[in-house]
Write a protein that binds this ligand. Sequence first.
Ligand SMILES: Nc1ncnc2c1ncn2[C@@H]1O[C@H](COP(=O)(O)OP(=O)(O)OP(=O)(O)O)[C@@H](O)[C@H]1O
Length: 647
Amino acid sequence: MSFIKVNQVKKSFKLGRGQVQVLHGIDASFEKGELVSILGESGSGKSTLMNILGGMDRDYQGDVSVDGESLSTMSESQLDDYRKARIGFIFQSFNLISHLTVLDNVLVTMEMTKLTREERTRRATDILTDIGLGDHLHKRPNQLSGGQKQRVAIARALSNDPDIILADEPTGALDQENSEQIMDLLESIAKRGKLVITVTHSEKVAARSTRVITMADGRVIDVTQKQVAYEHTSETTQVASKSLNPLTALKMAANNVRINIKRNLLVSFGGAIGILSVILMLAIGSGVTDYINDQINESLNPTTIQVTSASSDSSDAAESFVPNPLPETVAISEEQREIAQNLDHVVAVEDVYTAMLSTSVNLDETTVDIVSFETVSETTSEDQLVAGALPADDELLVSEGVAQKLVEDSTDLIGETVFFYLNTTDDQNRPQVLEAEFVVSGLSEARLNQDTAYATYADVEALFGDEATLLPTQLNIEVDDVANVDAVTEALESEGFTGTGVGNILSQVTMYLQMATMLLAGIAAISLIVSAIMIIVVLYISVVERTKEIGILRAIGARRKDIKRIFFAEAAILGTISGIIGVVGAYIVSILGNNVMEQTFEASLISMNLGYAVIGIVVSIIISIIAAMMPAAKASKLDPIESLRYE
Ligand SMILES: Nc1ncnc2c1ncn2[C@@H]1O[C@H](COP(=O)(O)OP(=O)(O)OP(=O)(O)O)[C@@H](O)[C@H]1O
């Protein structure tokens, strides 16, 4: 049985509404060790037949079987593998990939095989050295002569050690001397037991063949055996095929980005603006939120809820001794306190006692009535201190106004011992005045512009002595987390407390700020659509520019998905570049912006972090890859034969 058997192959092309038949039932057979020339006038169908033999064209009638396997029943990917493993193409116009070196042009075929990296490089170097190009491995095709280019093409065709070499006018673009050398090479390949089929117009080429097939108008009109075929074995060694190595795809994509570096940088800058805006919006949003939270937290603790008892009909409270003359201030009973203490998420409860218009301070001859007296607690802020410190036991903190009434220079009062009076009632409801001596610990700002004083809760308890148990008028409820403040406040309210705390206000403020941030980032993200469109346009241009390269890659066995992979790699590179530019830009803007704001408001409102940088780059890559989908699909669907013809 023949190695290649062509059986009644017919091929027609659509032309306008009709069909033009180009091959009219070709029968032929080929053996290994043959150097066959297909001769014929231009337009006689030689290339069409070659494309069918080479597995580039599946759209024909009749059958071609190679080594017993029918090409017409092969799937597209089987045909890709067939081209890769069994066919070496050589073209009249060389069809080298211009941006790859000589070595890489030869390696690219083997990249899609399971050969190891070392083996690939060794094979490519050996073949190129054999063919006389050992000194030109790292040159690019445009640095070589025509003859040298064709030798690179032959080396590429031989790299996967295929059984069949298909050469379409291999000497058509070469002078006499180079043509001779190329024919020598082809002859030596046939002598090694390969099947070499060349399409030619040249009688000289035909004369070197073992057999000449002459075609006219899509028919074989003559077959002349010139000499016996060279010796060969029936053994075939096929390289195992695999997809284009992602690293190679990346390398090819990177080459392409480099070739059009200006255009690609411009596109990347465009994309970077979108990424920069989104990152900045997020960074400003989080900076402003942090700033406002800090400002509120600095003055008030957001996890503390201050509660008073709303229910004046609490029977326990009514029965117990309420050491406060003001009816609107309700004491909080032990039971109520217990309930608050046992609520979920409550970590601590602190007692606070407040007394309005019922205390006074005396030094020497002067007595000053205090409008607002309160025991110090965790929520008492040191910020309100004008001088000195918050009161410890046996100490009193008074507002500056109080001090001014008692001494000439208010700070002189600090360290002085003063008398403190608390007007209250006894258990028979008779007025009584409790008295203690306190050392003034410091001066505070006045609360609501009124004379104010603070002492410790323990001191007030001591003031009442054994006569009565002091009940708090306010509880400071410490919650485990700001997130639980709302829930605890609700629970307290349902237990009859009235609560005020910054935590719930803060969580609302934070939510509104986050909404505003998302909105701004969303608006900024519109520019990302613009950058995606730019990438789509650039990649479409790239597909057109590289149509020929795509044809070459398909001819040497690249699958559709390999072609897609190259375009996705190119998009990923563009995305990474624009992401990096965007992130670096955002960092620069944030440093400059924060510097200016630091000088004007003493606050840095742009809070950049590594997370935003990573998000920026990842989003940029994802957008670019999505943008590449259409151009990549277009590239992968290009017809390999048409693509090779593309000029
Ligand atoms: N895609 C196509 N659509 C329509 N007609 C086509 C197409 N490709 C080839 N043909 C026609 O098929 C015929 C054979 O073309 P083919 O390229 O096989 O000829 P050839 O013998 O190789 O010619 P040459 O020696 O000039 O390369 C020509 O008439 C050509 O116009």
